[in-house]
Design a protein around this ligand. Structure first.
Ligand code: PLP
Length: 375
């Protein structure tokens, strides 16, 4: 059975070139970067070269890139430090953030005397900017935490616009850029953002590696304590092979960006056409014309009773997509993102998140449609 992977917003296949690079480092450069002998120095220079490469890709400086185990850690670190070190008294975020932000904010709210405000979300999944401005005009020391590309519905935030508004009201701005780094270019000299996070496994790199971008001059304390790695900001022996893999993956993503983006955008259009010609009443969740090019979240015109069957049937046929549905198979817990934007009828219907990569083909989409037709 040919397997079809259409869940690239969850994680991606590692590029072969990335694996080769990682194996080389694991084989030849196993020194601890903190050791002062030649083995250690060699690992250290690989690490610093990686940092420089990543910084250059985003038009940032090396000192602004701190390696972490991934985006959950980076998000937690930034949010906690904003409260404890930068002394913000309020966090403005939204109810459609990833749990790595939402749950971290909830814990901070329970432990610190801070306020949390949730900016309103429009039915198309975009942020209500007027409401954000209204909240910011209250003039409280604030961190705004809003994600760039939503991982469930693919809505896109204008980082430059939000960054400028935050600057105007002297609020810090953090954005979870996990779904966009490696898939869209960033010029961090132009975008007025204070903190960004990235995760290598979302752009065809290894799991367990990511980084935080911390704008120069913002002084944070570490999330946990130990050695002096990452200038004391992230203690623990650096995962050199993962960091090298992440760097190679990011370099390749940007080198091949236009070509791969075109291929993926065409696949998304093809999927929408095929769905529309096979079923009546397909609805795209989120802003139909402006969702990110590799994410498609659709509400299927099937009865509520078929919800749990769909993923099961797809999985049986070797097709991996993700549920974006109200009733997630095996549990009745609704998707917190769809719960914010769908009406009472649509939330009961099954929704699917189909997320693409350059490895996908039109045959993959045909296989998906065939199984859906069978249901
Ligand atoms: N933020 C977003 C938007 C994500 O999609 C994910 C991954 O699912 C994360 C954060 C967590 O990233 P990581 O797997 O690196 O901890």
């Amino acid at each position: 059975m040919k397997k079809v992977y259409l869940d690239n917003a969850a994680t991606t296949q590692i590029r072969p070139e990335v694996i080769n690079e990682m194996v080389k480092v694991m084989t030849e450069d196993y020194g601890n970067p903190s050791s002062t002998h030649s083995f250690g120095r060699s690992s250290k220079s690989i690490l610093e070269l990686s940092r420089k490469t990543i910084a250059k890709t985003l038009n940032a400086t090396s000192q602004e890139i701190i390696f972490t185990s991934g985006a959950t850690e980076a998000n937690n670190w930034i949010l906690k430090s904003a409260v404890e070190d930068l002394k913000v008294q309020r966090i403005i975020t939204s109810k459609i953030e990833h749990h790595a932000v939402l749950h971290a904010v909830q814990v901070l709210e329970s432990k610190h005397p801070i306020n949390v405000d949730y900016v309103k979300i429009k039915p198309n999944g975009s942020i209500d900017i007027n409401h954000l401005v209204e909240l910011l005009s209250e003039n409280i020391p604030t961190l705004v935490s809003l994600m760039h590309v939503n991982n469930e519905i693919g809505t896109v935030l204008d980082l430059e616009e939000i960054g400028k508004i935050c600057k105007q009201y002297q609020a810090y701005f953090h954005s979870d850029t996990v779904q966009s780094i490696g898939k869209i270019t960033f010029d961090l000299q132009q975008i007025p953002v204070d903190f960004l996070v990235a995760s290598a496994h979302k752009f065809h790199g290894p799991k367990g590696a990511g980084f935080a971008f911390i704008r120069k001059g913002l002084l944070l304390n570490p999330l946990f304590f130990g050695g002096e790695q990452e200038k004391g900001l992230r203690p623990g022996t650096e995962s050199v092979h993962n960091i090298v893999g992440m760097t190679k993956a990011l370099e390749l993503s940007y080198l091949l960006l236009e070509e791969e983006k075109n291929h993926i955008s065409n696949l998304k259009k093809y999927t929408i056409n095929q769905l529309n010609s096979s079923f009546e009443g397909i609805k795209i969740n989120g802003n139909q014309d402006e969702t990110f090019y590799n994410i498609l979240n659709v509400c299927l015109p099937f009865s509520e009773a078929k919800t749990s069957m769909i993923l099961f049937n797809l999985d049986m046929k070797g097709i991996a997509v993700s549920r974006g549905s109200a009733c997630q198979s095996g549990s009745l817990k609704p998707s917190h993102v769809l719960a914010e934007i769908l009406n009472e009828d649509d939330i009961k219907k099954p929704s699917l998140r189909i997320s693409f990569s350059h490895f996908n083909t039109t045959e993959d989409i045909d296989a998906l449609i065939e199984v859906l037709k069978g249901i």
